[in-house]
Design a protein around this ligand. Structure first.
Ligand code: HEM
Length: 502
């Protein structure tokens, strides 16, 4: 029996991929491999994930080849034409691969595959995210900036110098902001200076580390999910075995429990007749006040996505924006000059109406989004069954394709593309790069929260740069990165002091 099982395993694990590779029914062998094993197995891609900064490694392959094979059925493209074909509004491609594997019984707006189902979900939330309604969330952002400033002032003890980890504080800021914007919930994380959230489960009261739990679950999943065929079996086995994966996934469950608790709390307030302005309100009822009667599991899936995608990415972006400013004193001075004129020293917390018109502030944010996009890897899309021509090359149906933002943002359309030059965003010819700048992806599946993220980033950065002198604790040091799904920067220790006139 054991010999039989081992033979079957050998056949499945080694011979079948080798046979498929040499049979090559899709003619994918014509594309160069990103790593030694790419044509036979997803292990090469998984190993890149283990090494830390996967998109940078893929980019190195792209410097020689516009198309590379990153897995047996996965191709990575690099040109603006490929972006249009794969993600553009008229693309026949669908989300595939990892999205299908990761989604539970109730996919959210982010991981749902079916176009009609996606359109239905997007319609429900689009009212809350519409540009004309966005400024109604500003007071929630302002409240969080005030809380952060209060903490920094306390740490600075009036005019003394303090050391803070900006990575951590910016993430506390974004989790507080999204919990309020999505659910009208005040987590209290900024006030207590930690990501600890107390929740009630059926087993009683429990403390959950929001960021740590979120990252643990995503860390474990992002290590294995690229092997989509085997992921479910791997997860089943590794969850049962004591060790790294079991610990990470167990911690990750804390995030799901927190989501369940927060949804229950919000539902109770809704049933008690409280009229709250937030995203989840749009899931309970439409704009005429008629109940939508969505299943609770669907609401939980949407809330989990909002609390994840709506906090992690913006915190990453803020950390990178601050890091680059600290590394470029001339840029920081120019930004300060712009802020001095616009804010006139009279706005303790910058008003969005003021900062939304500041070109250099936007240039600084966009330039760091270009160099270090929070979602840097090639987002999987499945070609339609009949196949698709991408960048002049016909690609067979049911092949996974993508363009990493990390590579797109280093297109020759950006001169000196490795250099941090916010000024490039003020030039007229920047318009030519429009289709190549994809930190929020593009087309029908582009980010719905992009404008909210800009509100959070512009208001917070303008306020902090105006109020504090900031500098790196280690001016020679660089940021470490771990690329799970998002590109997580490591700690960013800063020296911080209140400025004389603030
Ligand atoms: C700098 C900040 C942000 C970045 C870089 C970013 C990036 C992205 C990217 C690349 C996608 C496409 C994902 C994919 O195709 O798998 C996406 C989708 C999405 N984002 Fe964001 N995002 C940011 C902020 C936000 C915020 C603040 C929210 C919520 C308040 C949000 C909610 C979503 C949702 C719900 C989707 C799915 C949209 C759909 O498929 O219709 N994001 N985002």
């Amino acid at each position: 029996m054991i010999v039989y099982l081992l033979s079957v395993a050998l056949l499945l694990l080694i011979l079948e991929p080798l046979f498929t590779y040499y049979w090559d029914s899709k003619k994918l062998r014509r594309f160069p491999n990103a790593s030694f094993l790419s044509g036979i197995s997803d292990i090469g891609y998984i190993l890149k994930r283990y090494r830390g900064f996967r998109s940078k490694e893929i980019h190195e392959s792209h410097q020689e080849h516009p198309v590379v094979r990153v897995g047996p059925n996965t191709l990575s493209f690099s040109t603006p034409d490929a972006i249009r074909a794969i993600y553009g509004h008229n693309t026949p491609c669908l989300k595939g691969g990892t999205y299908v594997t990761a989604a539970g019984t109730h996919p959210s707006l982010l991981d749902v595959v079916d176009k009609q189902e996606h359109a239905r979900k997007r319609r429900i939330l689009s009212h809350a995210f519409a540009t004309r309604n966005l400024e109604q969330w500003e007071f929630k952002v302002t409240d969080k900036v005030q809380k952060l400033v209060a903490q920094f002032d306390l740490l600075c003890n009036d005019k003394e110098e303090a050391i803070i980890d900006f990575r951590m504080w910016s993430n506390l800021f974004t989790i507080e902001a999204i919990a309020d914007i999505a659910l009208s919930h005040h987590l209290g994380c900024l006030t207590q200076g930690s990501d600890l959230v107390t929740i009630t489960t059926k087993d009683g009261e429990k403390a959950v580390n929001y960021i740590d739990c979120l990252h643990s679950g995503r860390r474990a999943t992002s290590m294995l999910i690229w092997s989509t065929k085997w992921f479910t079996s791997w997860r089943f086995a590794l969850k049962a075995l004591p060790g790294f994966f079991q610990t990470q996934w167990r911690k990750g469950q804390g995030f799901d429990e927190m989501v369940r608790y927060l949804v229950q709390q919000r539902l109770r307030r809704h049933e008690n007749g409280e009229q709250l302005e937030d995203f989840v309100g749009c899931l309970f009822q439409d704009k005429h006040g008629d109940a939508r009667n969505l299943e609770i599991a669907e609401i939980e899936a949407e809330v989990a996505t909002l609390l994840d995608a709506g906090s992690d990415t913006t915190a990453i972006s803020l950390t990178h924006a601050m890091y680059f400013l600290m590394k470029a004193p001339a840029t920081l001075s120019r930004l300060r000059e712009e802020l001095q004129v616009a804010l006139d020293g009279s706005q303790e917390v910058a008003k969005y109406a003021t900062v939304k018109n500041l070109p250099y502030l936007y240039a600084c944010i966009n330039e760091s989004l270009r160099l270090l996009p929070p979602v840097a890897f090639g987002l999987n899309r499945m070609t339609p069954p009949e196949g698709l021509t991408i960048d002049g090359t016909w690609i067979p149906g049911n092949t996974l394709v993508g363009v990493p933002a990390y590579t797109a943002h280093r297109s020759p359309l950006f001169s000196n593309s490795e250099q941090y030059q916010p000024e490039r965003w003020l030039e007229d010819d920047i318009k030519e790069t429009q289709g190549t700048f994809i930190p929020f992806s593009t087309g029908a599946r582009g980010c719905i929260g992009r404008n909210i993220s800009y509100i959070e980033q512009t208001v917070l950065l303008a306020t902090l740069v105006q109020r504090y002198d900031l500098s790196l604790v280690d001016p020679e040091g660089n940021l470490d990165h771990e690329e799970a799904f998002n590109l997580w920067p490591g700690p960013l220790p800063l020296k911080i002091r209140r400025r004389d006139n603030c």
